[in-house]
Design a binder for this molecule. Structure first.
Ligand code: ASP
Length: 437
């Protein structure tokens, strides 16, 4: 992103200090939330509920909404500008193919890792039937409302056709990111076809739009330490630790897979494909991880991912502007891993045998649904239903896992965005750019 004078944006005062304060907000929020959950909730639950309702939830939402507010203009301006500044369509095609190839392969690997873990640890087999029934009973209503109407979607040509919006404004209003992305790509390509004079007019206009979003994001980030505290406090103070005990092995399986992605798969890709230092990369993307974990949203994290990738990792703006908005919607490694594990776990819980062929099908489905998942909290739940029903696992099984989903959502969003930054570094290296890691 560039600042109004065309240089790298002026970052808010003491950037490192801000990211430390955000981390502090996260840790304090978690400690205070758990303490309130264990010490205050048993005696005076209404007190914690009132504090959440009147203070912590609104503060968290204020921060989240400031970020969500700029997602559409940010995705549109950075993608269209990215495409327009890449210039010739041959180069765009090469970068696009490399980016999409990376997304699909790494997402498929992520699901495969999840499937190996869930077939080895078999967390679903030890779950007593009584616990299963109780969870189904308790969370049936919540699961139904989270699945919503999207749960009725089916695989078919309409999924592809719907990527082209009838009306881009309507797509933006509905938060249909794939359609917004398609429009932005077409717009950027359109700009490259104009005469030099008209092209420079549109480039300056798009740059201006991107610059304004940067300014708004800087305002939002000043709120971040308090917003993150509020978000984490409201989750941890309400969290049902009992249910965590009951589903512990499932949670451990998912978290083990996600950890393997962040500390195993990405470092290998960074070292051998991108030829950069994984240690330096992981240190520099810390603010991205904290934001992803506390917001549970790849979209809300996108401004931070772009900022950190350009400023700290040295990814050139035209690559960051192209790869990262695409990745925030289409490249969800953590989500795909979670979907694979959840599907086989629920099959184990219901005593349904999934053959190797069916599990390979699960990999394909998880890759496709992860591409279509919205980068918002719980965005994958409606699409998980598609995966379950396609291999004959009852969709109502979602109720078994919904009680721990918020925690897993926070955790899976971290590899979702770190995977995007890894891809941006890889593509930049392949295009011959120097990086700062
Ligand atoms: N919360 C995830 C994200 O925004 C999506 C999901 O897995 O539900 O990246």
């Amino acid at each position: 992103m560039t600042s109004p004078d065309g240089a790298t944006p002026s970052t808010p005062p003491a950037e490192g200090a801000l990211s430390n304060r955000i981390l502090l907000g996260l840790l304090l929020g978690a400690v205070c939330g758990v303490a309130a959950n264990l010490l205050v909730v048993p005696r005076a639950p209404e007190l914690v509920e009132a504090a959440n309702r009147w203070l912590f939830v609104p503060v968290g939402q204020l921060f989240l909404r400031m970020l969500f507010m700029v997602v559409i203009p940010l995705v549109f301006s950075s993608l269209a500008l990215g495409v327009a500044s890449l210039g010739d369509l041959k180069r765009l095609g090469r970068i696009g193919a490399r980016t999409m190839g990376y997304f699909v392969l790494v997402t498929a690997c992520s699901v495969a890792i999840g499937l190996v873990l869930v077939n080895t640890l078999r967390p679903g087999e030890g779950l007593p039937q009584a616990t299963r029934e109780k969870l189904l009973e308790t969370y049936r209503g919540e699961a139904a409302s989270r699945i919503g109407t999207a749960g009725k979607a089916e695989f078919g040509p309409s999924l592809l056709v719907n990527v082209i919006p009838r009306n881009p404004v309507e797509a933006a209003a509905k938060g249909d990111m794939l359609a917004v992305i398609f429009f932005a790509l077409m717009f950027g390509i359109g700009v490259t076809k104009l005469s030099a004079e008209k092209k420079s007019f549109w480039m300056r206009l798009l740059e201006g739009l991107a610059d304004v979003t940067v300014v708004i994001i800087e305002f939002a980030l000043r709120l971040a330490p308090y917003g993150v505290f509020g978000l984490i406090f409201s989750v941890t103070s309400r969290f049902g630790f009992d249910i965590l005990k009951q589903l512990l092995l499932f949670v451990v399986t998912v978290l083990a897979g996600l950890t393997l992605l962040v500390l195993g798969v990405y470092p290998i890709l960074l070292r051998f494909l991108a030829k950069v230092s994984p240690g330096a990369f992981l240190r520099k993307v810390r603010p991205v991880m904290v934001t992803a974990f506390s917001t549970s949203s790849s979209s809300a994290t996108l401004p931070t991912t772009i900022e950190v990738s350009e400023r700290d990792l040295g990814v050139p703006p035209q690559i960051a502007g192209f790869v990262l908005p695409l990745g925030a919607t289409m490249n969800m490694n953590g989500t795909a891993l979670f979907e694979g594990v959840a599907c086989v776990f629920l099959a184990q819980v219901f005593g349904i045998h999934l053959s190797v062929g069916q599990q390979l099908f699960v990999i394909l489905l998880a890759v496709l649904t992860a591409i279509g998942t919205a980068g918002v909290p719980g965005g994958s739940i409606p699409l998980l239903v598609l995966v379950l029903t396609s291999v004959g696992v009852p969709a109502e099984g979602i109720a078994v896992i919904i009680g721990v989903d918020r925690l897993l959502d926070m955790a899976r969003t971290v590899p979702n965005v770190i995977g995007d930054a890894t891809c941006a570094v890889y593509v930049s290296r392949k295009e011959g750019y120097d990086l700062k890691v």
